[in-house]
Design a protein around this ligand. Structure first.
Ligand SMILES: [Zn+2]
Length: 346
């Protein structure tokens, strides 16, 4: 939040004084020591297992010695979450892929065919799983359930908008989170997908969620705006997703980059801002630089970009964001980012 304050002040200067600022020594942009120190402090991740041990008195959970031995047709109850509540849903195991098990709500068995499920498992095994891991790293494998497979559950009742979600609560050991399921898993919303099963679109969506799963294993405390931005970028980079969220952002180009909105109808602006910035960074510095930013031992938020930029001999994120080595010094980074993105859909 302190960095936000610095950014606002610098941005205002650039807008008010335009070319006058170009002539100044940009290194003089003030960087209050206290703000920098606060930003650099480690923030403990929200570790549900540690909280359950410390506050609920649970014994330290041990990973399962062996994975469950499932067969096609087996049934399990899973908690699924919508905007208001967590609901237990019985699901049937329909497809067993190399890396993913696909379950379908038993009462919605006819809402998705086995052929579509097998196609989804195939694209996950052959593209989403290897390519997303090659880009970012590995998910917990095996997790506390002892199972190297990821679980995907197709169900109704997740709300009107979300096509799928990943919840880190499900990765916590069974019993530590009341509505957790004890597996690395994705939930798919049949209410949304029932309008048409488009395998490339689903693959892109799953890559978004898989990045979140990997990120939870590597950096559970990553700032949300950056976590979502990297998930959106994964879709654009691996699946040529056109990045429509950037158009939302263009309606509100003053959206603060390193923040997030609780209200669902405002999140599109933040998805777009984060995607625009990360795509801009990638197009200018390359995928290896972005992978360094997202490395497990990197710093938080904009400080991670700052560190990598300085290692490359660039002035650092604050100056690059605003007026540094840009060919259009008085234009804010948001506009630069937008103009560099390639839109495959247009
Ligand atoms: Zn996301």
């Amino acid at each position: 939040m302190n960095l936000r304050g610095i950014f606002a002040v610098c941005a205002l200067s650039g807008l008010l004084f335009g070319s006058h600022v170009q002539a100044q020594n940009v290194g003089a942009c003030p960087a209050p020591q206290n703000a920098a120190e606060l930003e650099a402090l480690p923030v403990p991740p929200r570790d549900r297992t540690e909280l359950a041990i410390r506050l609920l008195g649970l014994a330290s959970p041990q990973p399962a010695a062996a994975p469950p031995n499932y067969q096609i047709g087996d049934k399990e109850f899973f908690f699924v979450v919508n905007d208001d509540e967590s609901i237990p849903v019985q699901a049937t195991l329909r497809v067993m892929g190399e890396h993913i098990y696909l379950w379908v709500e038993s009462d919605a068995a006819n809402e998705i065919s086995n052929a579509d499920l097998e196609a989804i498992a195939h694209v996950f095994d052959t593209r989403v799983y290897p390519e997303t891991r090659a880009l970012w790293g590995d998910e917990a494998n095996p997790g506390f359930d002892g199972d190297s497979h990821i679980y995907g559950v197709f169900t109704n009742g997740l709300g009107a908008t979300a096509a799928a979600y990943f919840s880190s609560d499900n990765s916590a050991p069974a019993g530590t989170v009341p509505s957790g399921n004890g597996h690395e898993m994705f939930m798919f919303n049949l209410d949304v997908l029932a309008y048409g099963i488009d395998i490339p679109s689903i693959a892109s969506i799953v890559a978004h969620e898989f990045h979140h799963m990997i990120r939870h294993n590597l950096q559970p405390g990553m700032e949300l705006w950056m976590n979502e931005g990297l998930s959106e970028f994964t879709q654009t980079y691996l699946f040529d997703d056109p990045g429509y969220a950037v158009f939302d952002f263009m309606y509100r180009p003053d959206t603060q980059l390193n923040t997030w909105a609780e209200a669902g109808d405002l999140r599109g602006y933040h998805y777009g801002a984060a995607l625009a910035w990360i795509t801009y960074f990638y197009e200018r510095y390359g995928i290896e630089a972005l992978e360094q930013v997202a490395a497990a031992n990197s710093q938080r938020g904009l400080l991670a970009f700052d560190q990598v930029l300085q290692q490359m001999g660039e002035p650092g994120v604050m100056i690059c964001l605003l007026i540094g080595s840009s060919p259009m010094p008085s234009i804010r980074w948001t506009m630069l980012a937008f103009t560099t993105i390639q839109y495959s859909g247009f």
